[in-house]
Design a protein around this ligand. Structure first.
Ligand SMILES: NC(=O)c1ccc[n+]([C@@H]2O[C@H](COP(=O)([O-])OP(=O)(O)OC[C@H]3O[C@@H](n4cnc5c(N)ncnc54)[C@H](OP(=O)(O)O)[C@@H]3O)[C@@H](O)[C@H]2O)c1
Length: 241
């Protein structure tokens, strides 16, 4: 082999190695890239969770039917945060958090169906009979994994971040020692992986419970609901390995 050929093979091998390294690092970089998150319902729960994600470096689009009311929240969330109408938030997010009164979920699902189709949608709503009427009654009876899926057809639905109060969200995020556990249910594995990442970024310990059918195990009124359990305690309570 001539000197030219051995130098050329060295260069080819070098560039192949570099290409391999880039291919390996690309998914890692993508993992740490900020996520575009739209929030429908930026009240107590949606506002508190959105703030944590903004502080973790994600791009958060808060929304309200009266977005002028969100100036203070956006200022608190920092320069990458913004606010607009719910359809704009739904269109913006690669992930959309829905935190509206449960009775409004069918209308939200209908009105923003086009923007939500194919997206990861984390629904944190909890049905209540006094506030949500028949929709709430139905959610409590059949479990939110089933009813939210019907209200949000076409979305890659995740149930998570519903079993803690907005005060726990604000006070317990990133706490020292064992973190608060957050149960997660979805039929979509990639949506679960994204939610695990976002729950971790928010300062909690994700606990994957299973498919949507199991979401009812951490619905409002269950023994684990707003109890402030760690991941280890949640696993025992929900009989997870
Ligand atoms: N608060 C908690 O501790 C807690 C904990 C876990 C789960 N949750 C659940 O999270 C959901 C929200 O509770 P919250 O306490 O955050 O309520 P909230 O403070 O009253 O905020 C609800 C937000 O939903 C928006 N909204 C209402 N109807 C809407 C509609 N038709 N379309 C679009 N947006 C609508 C309102 O926005 P605009 O009026 O500004 O448009 C409002 O800011 C509920 O299902 C609740 O059960 C709450």
């Amino acid at each position: 082999m001539t000197r030219y050929h051995s130098r050329r093979s060295f260069l080819v091998a070098g560039s192949t190695l570099a290409a391999g390294l880039v291919a390996t690092l690309r998914p890692l970089a993508a993992q740490s890239a900020p996520v575009k998150i739209g929030i429908i319902g930026s009240g107590r729960q949606g506002g508190a969770i959105g703030l944590l994600w903004a502080k973790a470096g994600h791009e958060v689009f808060f929304s309200s039917r009266n977005p002028q009311n969100l100036k203070e929240l956006v200022a608190q969330a920092g320069p990458k945060a913004r606010a607009g109408l719910p359809d704009q938030a739904a269109a913006f997010g690669e992930v959309v958090l829905i935190a509206v009164p449960y009775g409004a979920l069918p209308q939200v699902g209908r009105d923003y169906a086009a923007q939500l189709r194919g997206k990861i949608v984390i629904d944190v709503g909890n049905p209540r009979v006094d506030r949500d009427g028949e929709v709430g009654k139905d959610g409590l009876a059949r479990g939110t994994g089933v009813t939210s899926k019907e209200h949000l057809p076409g979305a890659r639905l995740v149930r998570a971040l519903n079993a803690l109060s907005y005060l726990q969200v604000t006070k317990e995020a990133h706490r020292a020692g064992e973190k608060l556990g957050i149960p997660i249910a979805s039929d979509d594995q990639a949506a679960i992986a994204m939610t695990v990442r976002l729950v971790t970024d928010a300062g909690f310990d994700p606990v994957v419970v299973g498919g949507l059918a199991r979401a009812r195990e951490f619905d409002a009124g269950t023994p684990v609901y707003v109890k402030g359990l760690t991941a280890a305690q949640l696993k025992v309570a929900l009989k997870l390995p």
